[in-house]
Ligand binder design. Structure first.
Ligand code: NAP
Length: 276
């Protein structure tokens, strides 16, 4: 029988524990989120993050900028937040407007306040097999989901589809650090189904309907990171859930899998940075 990796249930459990912890803390963390531009999905994500933080008792501020904000304005604001003792965590909502250099912006965040673990300092730590201040939220959420369901990593063949700095690269490295044998695939990979069929675990972070039943071996664990609107405007993941769930041993749904775990990780990281 296929087991659904229930990200909502685990998020709620994490929130309950965090709330108990936060209730006992005399001073609370403050998360600052920078939202630049008018991407409608980003606005919804930022709003959800703020609501979650407030529910848990984490202070949060959202600083918004129009689409035509200059890079200098963003860098100056981040420096100001870095120097502000009241601000304990900083998140820059991605994507940024096209004229802004994403790397410059992210790497201006102080590594000790880099709540999404994306600065070169924190990702460099992961790639050296050392502990960063915090791990990137989505990869951390995936690791927590695997842990919750006691899915073994060591010695397993994990195929990661996607190689972004946000998801694909860090999750591949984090799994390698846990002694998985990792194959990283991308848009130029040849014979993807032949590779995925040899996987014990598939993690797909692409943003297109790409993983079908022809790509899965029986008993494979399938983690779907992708989330996008399909042609008819319905929220979809990378995986053909209906068909693949008949073959996989474990599968994460979209919505309700990795998405809630990303926000749970953000709240965990906010508290972790405050206490470190
Ligand atoms: P991204 O930066 O666009 O990266 C997509 C990756 O997919 C790239 O590495 C690309 O390869 C690869 N790719 C594209 N077409 C492919 C194909 N036909 N075969 C194999 N690989 C292919 O995206 P991202 O930021 O990593 O996000 C990926 C998806 O996850 C998106 O749907 C995003 O919305 C979702 N996401 C969800 C959460 C969550 O919390 N649920 C968090 C973050 C992201 P190349 O490098 O060769 O171009």
């Amino acid at each position: 029988m296929t087991i659904i990796l229930d990200g909502k249930k685990l998020r709620d459990k994490i929130f309950e524990n965090l709330k108990t912890k936060l209730d006992k803390m005399p001073k609370k963390p403050t998360l600052a989120v920078i939202l630049a531009g008018d991407d409608p999905s980003s606005k919804i994500y930022v709003n959800n993050k703020k609501k979650c933080a407030e529910k848990l008792g984490i202070n949060s501020i959202v600083i918004t900028y129009p689409q035509n904000v200059s890079e200098k304005e963003l860098l100056d604001k981040i420096q100001e937040l870095n120097n502000d003792k009241e601000i304990t965590a900083i998140l820059v909502q991605l994507p940024l407007p096209a004229h802004i250099n994403k790397s410059n912006v992210i790497n201006t965040i102080s590594p000790q306040k880099d709540v999404d673990g994306l600065t070169n300092y924190n990702s460099g730590k992961i790639f050296s097999g050392e502990k960063p201040y915090v791990y990137p939220c989505t990869p951390l959420g995936i690791m927590l989901l695997l842990e919750e369901y006691n899915i073994e990593i060591e010695g397993k063949h994990v195929v990661v589809i996607g190689r972004s700095n946000l998801v694909g690269k860090p999750i591949a490295q984090m799994l390698l650090n846990r002694n998985a044998t990792v194959t990283q695939c991308h848009s130029k990979t040849k014979n993807l189904p032949e590779i995925t069929k040899t996987a014990d675990i598939i993690i797909s972070a692409v943003g297109k309907n790409i993983v079908g039943e022809n790509m899965i071996n029986k008993n494979c664990v399938v983690i779907d990171v992708g989330i996008f609107k399909d042609e008819v405007g319905k929220i979809s993941g990378d995986v053909d859930f209906e068909k693949v769930s008949k073959i996989a041993s474990y599968i994460s749904p979209v919505p309700g899998g990795v998405g809630p775990m990303t926000i749970a990780s953000l709240m965990l990281n906010t508290v972790e940075l405050f206490n470190s």
